[in-house]
Design a protein around this ligand. Structure first.
Ligand code: FES
Ligand SMILES: [Fe+2]
Length: 406
């Protein structure tokens, strides 16, 4: 494939470090990208099963409320009071008949429509809002909603295609495989990443690093590049799924001589890696990503969603949602919880992802004119039957640059 050229002569194999560092990009990304032609993960449908159930979430840095309406539908609106801008909902989740802002008690219905204003006629005939003020002239910002496999996504752009088209057939198949039964949240927390959100967006698309940075993966043969698998990238470049199959060979010398792997190590409690084959296939790990800020993984019996939310140019909130199935047996639920020691900020595998973005930030702090290099697996963004490739990262940048006009 030809070198893919971007406006200004850039190629997808080079990313200027300024793209992670420029504070001005944070506002541009909010306006053009997160509020642009993309699907933002909002919550699980099961987070809001009954009318009046709500959860707060984010579209980029914008706080958002997602609500189950009286009619059984899903509504979402910017979590910003139309009066003077206070958060309308302060907690992570709850149940309500309507929403009243804490500051001056402006009241909203479950769909985020302004319904009433305290003291709008003033007190004792004095003060109050002018006659000309009409609540109907003031509307909260509402994203368009779509659901897929029990997940709720929102977009502010009419130009965003339906979610199935946006993520493409391969990512869709992986998503439906993981969400093949009703999902149940079995844990959630936020990990603060000391780095730009795009370094994490790259990391979840970078299966080439997994068995090298995460020594646990290669040592205990959970994920080696020599196992079968590959990466599928959506047509728009922004969404991808990496798949790892079970090892087929007893002896695997692919990692001999690579300093990060020590085959002399053994787990003193190997039961942590006792896996149940729930799907009857050879897939051991799948990590899928949806542009811009969503990833979902399945490693053995571990399932998790990761939503990454920029909070500053060099700071990101990583919202982890651990998942089981609603009909898990107690034994299987215990197994998932035990294997979840692989994930999270102190996970045997994921802990390194919590610091590697900051290693890049610190390494490249004085490199504004330098570039990050993405040549593994060529220079295109096509799907490949190998994970020794950076094709999905190049796909991320293809979409980022198209939307940002860079
Ligand atoms: S800021 Fe919400 S009522 Fe005043
Ligand atoms: Fe990783």
């Amino acid at each position: 494939m030809d070198q893919v050229s971007i406006g200004g002569g850039q190629t997808l194999t080079r990313v200027p470090f300024s793209d992670y560092q420029d504070p001005a990009l944070l506002d541009q990304e909010q306006r053009l990208l997160f509020e642009g032609p993309v699907w933002n993960y909002l919550c699980l449908e099961t987070d809001i099963p009954n009318a009046g159930d709500w959860r707060t979430t984010f579209i980029g840095r914008m706080p958002v409320v997602v609500v189950r309406t009286e009619a059984g539908g899903i509504a979402a609106f910017e979590n910003r009071c139309l009066h003077r801008g206070s958060l309308i909902c302060l907690d992570n989740a709850g149940h309500a008949k309507d929403f009243t802002c804490v500051y001056h008690a402006w009241r909203y219905d479950l769909s985020g429509n302004l319904k009433s204003i305290a003291f709008s006629r003033g007190v004792n005939g004095k003060g109050g809002m002018p006659e000309s003020f009409n609540p109907d002239d003031h509307a909260t910002r509402k994203p368009r909603i779509e659901t897929i496999a029990g997940l709720v996504f929102g977009t502010f752009s009419d130009a965003t295609p339906d979610i199935e088209t946006f993520i493409g057939p391969e990512v869709s198949a992986a998503l439906h495989r993981i969400a093949s039964r009703e999902l149940k949240v079995i844990g959630r927390f936020t990990e603060v990443l000391p780095n730009n959100w795009k370094l994490y967006a790259e990391n979840v698309r970078d299966s080439y690093h997994a068995s090298l940075l995460h020594v646990f993966f290669a040592t205990f043969r959970i994920n080696r590049l020599s196992q079968g698998g590959g990466i599928d990238v959506s047509d728009n470049g922004g969404c991808a799924v990496s798949t790892t199959h079970a090892p087929t060979q007893e002896t695997d010398t692919a990692y001999d001589g690579i300093r990060s792997v020590d085959d002399g190590l053994h787990l003193s409690d190997p039961s942590m890696l006792d896996a149940e084959n729930e799907h009857g296939d050879t897939v051991r790990q799948q990590i899928l990503s949806v542009f811009p800020g969503f990833a979902m993984q399945r490693t053995y019996n571990v399932m998790a969603i990761r939503q990454f939310v920029p909070t500053g140019v060099g700071r990101t909130n990583l919202n982890w949602i651990y998942l089981g199935y609603a009909d898990d047996t107690p034994r299987l639920r215990r197994r998932r919880l035990k294997q979840l020691n692989l994930a999270g900020p102190a996970g045997f595998v994921s802990m390194e992802d919590g610091c590697i973005g900051n290693f890049v930030e610190r390494g490249a702090v004085a490199a504004r004119n330098g570039v990050s290099l993405l040549e593994m697996g060529g220079n295109g963004v096509e799907s490949q039957e190998t994970r020794a490739t950076e094709t999905a990262i190049r796909g991320f940048w293809k979409m980022w640059r198209r939307i940002m006009g860079q």
